[in-house]
Design a protein around this ligand. Sequence first.
Ligand SMILES: [Zn+2]
Length: 504
Amino acid sequence: MKKLGYIFLLLIGVLGAQAQEDIMRKYAADIDQAEMKEILTILSSDALEGRETGERGQKMAAAFIADYFQRLGLQPVVPTEKGMSYYQKFELENSNPGSTYLKVKDASFKNGKEVLYYGSADLSAPISGSSIFVGAGSDEDFASIKSEGKIVVIDGSASFFQQWRELINKGYENGASLVVIIGKDTDEAFGNIVSQYGGYFMESRLGFKKEDPKNKGAFLVGPSTAATLLGSTQEKMNKAVADKKLSKIKGGSVEYRTSRNVEMVGTENVLGFLEGTDKKDEIVIITAHYDHIGKNGEEVNNGADDDGSGTTAVLKMAKAFVKAKADGHGPRRSILFMTVTGEEKGLLGSEYYTKNPIFPLEQTVVDLNIDMVGRTDEAHEDNREFVYLVGSDKLSSELHELSEKANDTFTKLSIDYTYNDENHPDRIYYRSDHWNFAKNNIPVIFYFNGTHDDYHKPTDTVDKIEFDLLQKRAQLVFYTAWVISNRDERLVVDKPTSESVGNH
Ligand SMILES: [Zn+2]
């Protein structure tokens, strides 16, 4: 009797699993290529102007996504003064260096021209002070002169790119009012640095509002500029270093200013929520970034693969889960479908969400993040039914096993873990939105097709998308999300990161 009962239960179990698989297959089939193509054609159209964060095209894409969520009947969950919204709005600063220079009596040195300013201090008025030379800035050097309150000139030319940040800190630790670093040992070499990197130092940058910086950063200068700032000559400076008599260089009066031009820019993540049943307080998050890099002049960077493809996958998965729920097969855990903004500017949308979560991060079970899943990279030209997976085994062994099993059972893609290596030079684990979740010890899987010649170019267009692959990869994410949201136990985080990773 006992034995019979066991076999009976086993049989029911097998049949139950089979029935469950059939149900999953049925809804995964709703992630169809035809509608994917319609959605992606809109998202990557010229009309959306490359969906640059804070620009008109990004807002149009947001409106399209919010409208799609609304038509599905997903819940808006972001509280606002006017009730619940699909938009999680926030402000960014768009800033570039304003009037920033060093001046002595007869000469002035402008940022981006003769000198480079590295920092984000915003001084409302110029400041004057006296300069002092501390050689290469060793402890001995600092001990031999009085640097307190001074504009400290340090010779960092011996190891410019390795140590300049260290030297900046050292200057301020020794009481400097401002740090100036000699970047190269000849004016010509320093001039090359300016022409190579000057544009990068001067360009506008989008980011979160900057707090008052702890120090004023540093001016990077060539050797003859340094001599002028010190009222000396290179020969005398070299001699002072050789004789270990830095105090021979008396220094002089220098005026400086650093300032930034700041403009506030509004942007938004778009969130749609599907409530679960008996485990609804636990949240499964599926993300893709819907922003891209805008235009080059009049040429639109359409961003069909990056990341119109992932955004399309999120919308189609939402639709499939909604349909399953309507038929009585809704997920036990809740699912938050979130398309994020600002990824191309430094993972800003996902950073904002994880710092201002709508649902507690402790209750967030997983983030499945999709960024570029509609193409094939060079390495897989002969094996196109593949996908790169990154991160699946980093925090939760269970997640990795379950993801593998979902693929073995349903999609049978060839899974490539090349980029899963944290030390891979491309550092993919840190380069898309899942990272902001992973650093909060939330298990993640990142789905990715690798890069290609059209990456971040106007040629990343919808006609190059391989919709059969986009469909299969989206279905893999769907099956994985289904399993995670319906299993009895929450995913176990058996490998939490010990160190607090904090902000980047
Ligand atoms: Zn991307």
